[in-house]
Write a protein that binds this ligand. Structure first.
Ligand code: PLP
Length: 433
């Protein structure tokens, strides 16, 4: 079941297993985070992989999404969409942007890149934003409030909209975990002045993010092609990841020779390029880590990603994610030394992952990663300086929440294996010593 692709170098912390320590430089504003031990590749795909089933129309309820929210531009990642949103909102040096203390670095880097200052605010244990703390942090230079619909569960978006209007703040709605869903009958993404999404977390694509606005036109935004190398790489990588997880085996057999030739040509190009340039064909947001590369901000998402997003069944994504989440909740929701972060799945919510708070997370995480269980640790590394004096809840969630994949391409057997593995790990290591 494990992936064996030659070009799939390393995988995002929210997507996979390996994490390179980013270096601080002028081009890459990511601070240095500790290196995690190398774990074996996940046995089950962390994010959706391409299957034939993805295109099957299913009889399931209609699903609202950010695609219904307003004007939309397709870029290569959520972090590039944040950078574009900040530009649209005229954020620059001297401006303050309110960001949650529970975050990942790729949300903060675009703020630094814009020359603005991130001001970290508290969240509550249920991940709702702490408006009292936010109010105490607003000054005359505060321009934007960024709020995250964590793990696919929308914030009280109407209330945040009203709050921003009352405080003359622009609202950036972060739907990176929440591509699908609604609040008060309106699609997620329609409450912010601008919203961003990370399509690669929900669709079987190798790169993809969206900038959305229900309130402003986006036509004037000029985007450029990522080039032929980029277009080829993202399509081949999506196929290879899928083949590596045992999907599309007939296509794999048919493409055996072309893939062999492609790998030979690819290795030659890579060898030649590495001697002359360090430029990659795809953004590092697809290849692993928190890296933010301003060169990709204006690049359009690939033709492959945009076509796949048009063709796959959104109803199927929504229905299967809810089904898998409910199965995980039933099996893992009342185990000792742990608790689900969201013990209910309201109508209209389509989760990104199944987040589980664990009392003794380190050995549980190590043991599951070593078995190849697909786990995401959103917010594992907080921005330097963020500690319990700023937000105790964020530090607790950062340390103790392990999230398990519940995407639409996990098979029933794979989900059963994940459940058994988590149950075993919690029984063996769950109790805090
Ligand atoms: C809440 C949140 N916002 C923004 C991003 C950036 O999205 P992307 O990885 O598509 O750049 C992430 C990445 O995981 C995220 O978790």
């Amino acid at each position: 079941m494990s992936t064996s692709s030659s070009d799939v170098e390393s995988i995002d912390p929210d997507r996979g297993n390996r994490r390179e320590p980013p270096q601080l430089s002028q081009e890459n504003v990511t601070p240095f985070f500790p290196t995690s031990p190398a774990y074996p590749p996940p046995q089950v795909p962390v994010s959706p992989v391409l299957t034939l089933g993805a295109f099957w129309p299913v009889h399931a309820p209609q699903v609202q999404s950010v695609l219904d929210a307003g004007a939309i531009r397709f870029v290569t990642s959520g972090r590039c969409a944040i950078a574009l949103a900040l530009r649209q909102m005229a954020v620059g040096p001297g401006d303050m942007v309110l960001v949650p203390a529970y975050h990942c670095a790729s949300m903060i880097e675009p703020v630094i890149d814009a020359g603005a200052t991130p001001i970290f605010y508290r969240i509550n244990p249920d991940t709702s934003i702490d408006l009292k703390d936010i109010t105490s942090k607003i000054t005359s230079t505060t321009k934007v409030l960024l709020a995250v619909n964590y793990f696919g569960f929308p914030q009280n978006l109407s209330m945040i909209r009203t709050f921003c209007n009352a405080n003359r703040l622009q609202f950036l709605e972060d739907c990176a975990h929440c591509f699908l869903g609604e609040h008060d009958g309106k699609p997620v993404g329609s409450f912010g002045d601008y919203a961003i999404a990370s399509s690669m977390k929900f669709y079987p694509i190798y790169e993809g993010g969206c900038l959305i606005s229900a309130h402003h036109p986006l036509k004037q935004l000029k985007l450029e092609s990522g080039g032929l190398g980029f277009e080829a790489k993202v399509a081949f990588n999506a196929l290879e990841i899928s083949f590596g997880y045992g999907r599309l085996q007939v296509l794999k057999a048919l493409l055996w020779l072309p893939m062999l030739l492609k790998n030979a040509a690819w290795n030659m190009v890579k060898a030649r390029n590495s001697a002359t340039t360090t430029t990659s064909f795809a953004p590092s947001s697809s290849e692993g880590g928190f890296g933010f590369d301003p060169a990709w901000i204006n690049k359009r998402s690939s033709v492959y990603s945009r076509v796949v997003m048009k063709l796959v069944s959104r109803r199927r994504i929504g229905a299967l994610r809810r089904k898998n989440y409910l199965k995980l909740l039933a099996a893992l929701g009342s185990l000792p030394h742990s608790r689900p972060l969201f013990p209910n799945l309201p109508e209209g919510v389509y989760p990104w992952v199944f987040p589980l708070w664990t009392a003794n997370s380190k050995p549980v995480f190590d043991s599951l990663k070593n078995s190849g269980v697909p786990i995401v640790r959103f917010g594992e590394f907080l921005w330097p300086g963020i500690d319990s004096s700023i937000c105790q809840t964020s530090v607790d969630l950062s340390r103790n929440v392990l999230s398990f994949s519940c995407h639409q391409e996990i098979t029933d057997d794979e989900l059963d294996w994940i459940i058994r593995s988590v149950q075993d790990a919690l029984h063996a290591h769950g109790e805090r010593q």
